[in-house]
Ligand binder design. Structure first.
Ligand code: SAH
Length: 352
C-alpha cells in the first residue's frame, strides 16, 4: 500500500494545489482552519460545504482513535491511534501547572532494540510521515484547548527514533513552528545517539533542544543497554554533542534511566561526571527510575538510590534532576509505549 497523503501532511504550497480553481483567500481560510482553529475540514465553516467535502475526501485524517486512557486525575492522557495501513502508535498529553507538553511518536515501533524499552522490544514497523507526526500534536492541542489550556511543548520521545526519520521529523518541526505557532525552543528531539543525525540537526536552522538517551558512560555497558552504541560509541557521540552545542547553543540534556544494580552505582555517577567534564559538556542530566516493561527483567532503582545518585552527581558539579513519572498505571510512561504489540523477552542481565 502506497503512502496516503493525509490532512496535516501537505505544506502550504502543496495544499494550494488541492485548491486550484478556488479564490486565493481560500488557502488562508483552510490553513487557518487547520492550524489556528485546529478544526477538521467539516468544521471550517467559512469554507463552502462542497469544498469541505472534497478536501475531507482528498486529505483524510491520519489517526483513528483506538483507545484513549486517562491517568493522574486527568493530567495525563494516552492515545492509541491506528494508521491507514493498520499500524498503531501512541501519543501522550501531559498537563502540568505551568505548561502543557505532548510526547509524540516518530515511527511505528523502533529498530534500535534497547532491551529495557517496550518499543524496542516490539521492533520496527515503519517511519511516520510528517502528516502523521503533526496530527498527533494537533489532536493533543485540540484536547488541551477543550480543557482551557494551551499546548506549548513537544517532546519527540514517543515511539521510534526521531533521528532515524530525520527528514519527516524536521518537516514536522518546521510546520509546528511555522503553522501551529510553537516556539522551536519548546520542541525537544530525543535520540538514542545517531551521530550523523545529530550532526544534521546542528546544521538545521531552528533552535530546538536535544536530548540524548545516554544511560551509561562507558562503552561496555552502553553497548549492552543501547545496542546502536556499537556503531556510534560514546566518544563519537560526545564529539557530536559538543559540535551541536557549539553550533546551536541550545539546551542539551542526557537521559539516564536508573536500573537497579546496572547503572545506578556511585561509580556510575562518578563516571558520568568525568565524561561530561572530559568533553566540557554543560549538559543537564534527567534521571528517570526505570519503568517496568514486559520484556525486561531488571527493575528501576529505589527512590533512595535515585536520591543518592542524584546527590552524587550534584556533588560532582553535574546539573541533574529527577524526572517525575507520569502515567505508569496506563503504560504511558517513558519506555512503556508499545501500542499493544507483543514484545520479545530479553535475557536477564547479571547485576555484577
Ligand atoms: N528513541 C529516542 C526517543 C525515545 S525517548 C531515544 O531513545 O531518545 C524515550 C526515552 O525513554 C529514552 O530516553 C529512553 O531511553 C527512555 N526509556 C526507554 N525505556 C525506558 C524505561 N523502561 N524506563 C524509563 N525510561 C525508558
Amino acid at each position: 500500500m502506497g503512502a496516503v497523503t493525509t490532512l496535516y501532511h501537505p505544506t502550504r504550497d502543496e495544499l494550494a494545489e488541492h485548491l486550484t480553481g478556488e479564490p486565493r483567500y481560500r488557502l488562508d481560510q483552510v490553513w487557518d482552519g487547520l492550524y489556528t482553529q485546529l478544526a477538521a475540514p467539516a468544521d471550517i465553516t467559512n469554507v463552502p460545504k462542497a469544498l469541505r467535502e472534497r478536501l475531507a475526501a482528498e486529505l483524510p485524517m491520519a489517526l483513528t482513535t483506538v483507545v484513549r486512557r486517562v491517568s493522574d486525575h486527568g493530567d495525563t492522557v494516552k492515545y492509541l491511534w491506528q494508521l491507514h495501513d493498520g499500524s498503531r502508535i501512541e501519543t501522550v498529553l501531559m498537563l502540568y501547572p505551568d505548561r502543557v507538553t505532548v510526547c509524540v511518536s516518530s515511527q511505528a515501533g523502533c529498530a534500535m532494540a534497547c532491551g529495557f524499552c517496550a518499543t524496542g522490544q516490539a521492533g520496527f514497523t515503519r517511519h511516520l510521515t510528517t502528516g502523521e507526526i503533526v496530527e498527533q500534536v494537533v489532536a493533543a492541542a485540540r484536547e488541551a484547548r477543550t480543557m482551557g489550556r494551551r499546548l506549548g511543548n513537544v517532546v519527540y520521545m514517543g515511539m521510534g527514533e526521531p533521528l532515524a526519520n530525520e527528514a519527516a521529523v524536521w518537516a514536522s518541526v518546521e510546520r509546528l513552528q511555522g503553522a501551529v505557532g510553537m516556539s522551536a525552543r519548546h520542541l525537544t528531539i530525543s535520540t538514542v545517539g545517531i551521530v550523523p543525525g545529530i550532526n544534521r540537526l546542528a546544521e538545521r536552522p531552528l533552535p530546538v533542544n536535544l536530548a540524548v538517551s545516554l544511560h551509561a558512560a562507558n562503552d561496555e555497558l552502553r553497548n549492552e543497554l543501547v545496542p546502536i552504541n556499537r556503531r556510534y560509541p560514546i566518544d563519537q557521540l560526545m564529539d557530536a554533542c559538543a559540535g551541536w552545542l557549539a553550533a546551536k547553543g541550545r539546551r542539551l540534556s542526557f537521559e539516564w534511566a536508573l536500573i537497579a544494580g546496572v547503572n545506578d552505582r556511585t561509580s556510575d555517577a562518578a563516571e558520568l561526571a568525568k565524561l561530561t567534564r572530559r568533553f566540557r559538556l554543560p549538559a543537564h542530566v534527567n534521571l528517570i527510575p526505570l519503568n517496568p516493561t514486559p520484556g525486561y527483567p531488571t527493575v528501576g532503582s529505589t527512590p533512595q538510590r535515585v536520591a543518592e545518585f542524584h546527590h552524587k552527581l550534584v556533588d560532582l558539579g553535574v546539573n541533574a534532576t529527577v524526572r517525575r513519572n507520569r502515567g505508569t498505571d496506563i503504560d504511558a510512561a517513558c519506555g512503556q509505549l508499545a501500542a499493544g504489540q507483543p514484545v520479545t523477552l530479553t535475557a536477564p542481565r547479571r547485576a555484577d
